[in-house]
Write a protein that binds this ligand. Structure first.
Ligand SMILES: [Fe+2]
Ligand SMILES: [Fe+2]
Length: 143
């Protein structure tokens, strides 16, 4: 399917978890994924596309670290599985950046779509569960 047939990645408030910091980071991840799509579709210089892809990849890692800090702070019981998913995606992102830089430019079209699908599922399952747990714990502690 040609790239212009798929819709541009867009944030939707359905993905809100209720944690302001995490939600702001998720929004930024969607925006960065969209930046990659845009750079590719507008036929920007390869270096510009590569930089956009790299920013997306780096920000994933930064965001995962923030959630993992939360997990530790609140002794989250399902941390291992959540972390496993983060690690898998982070490894994949590093791989994609490398492959892109080696000349596999198709990644510029496929990876943003892949990551937005991954994010929607991961946020809806793992992140929502984590934030619910943290918020219940905070509420309980305040009683
Ligand atoms: Fe997560
Ligand atoms: Fe997340």
């Amino acid at each position: 399917m040609p790239a212009e047939r798929t819709t541009l990645i867009e944030w939707d408030d359905r993905y809100l978890t209720g944690d302001a910091v995490v939600d702001a980071q998720h929004k930024r991840l969607f925006a960065l994924a969209r930046d990659v799509q845009t750079a590719v579709r507008e036929g920007r210089l390869p270096q510009v596309q590569a930089d956009a892809l790299q920013s997306l990849s780096l920000y994933c890692v930064e965001h995962f670290a923030e959630e993992e800090r939360l997990m530790e702070e609140h002794a989250y019981p399902a941390a291992a599985e959540h972390r496993r998913q983060h690690d898998a995606l982070a490894a994949r992102a590093v791989e994609m950046v490398k492959a892109f830089n080696k000349g596999n430019t198709l990644i510029g079209e496929t990876f943003p779509e892949f990551i937005s699908r991954w994010l929607r599922r991961h946020i809806g399952e793992e992140d929502v569960r984590l934030i619910r747990y943290v918020q219940q714990r905070v509420t309980a502690a305040a009683r």
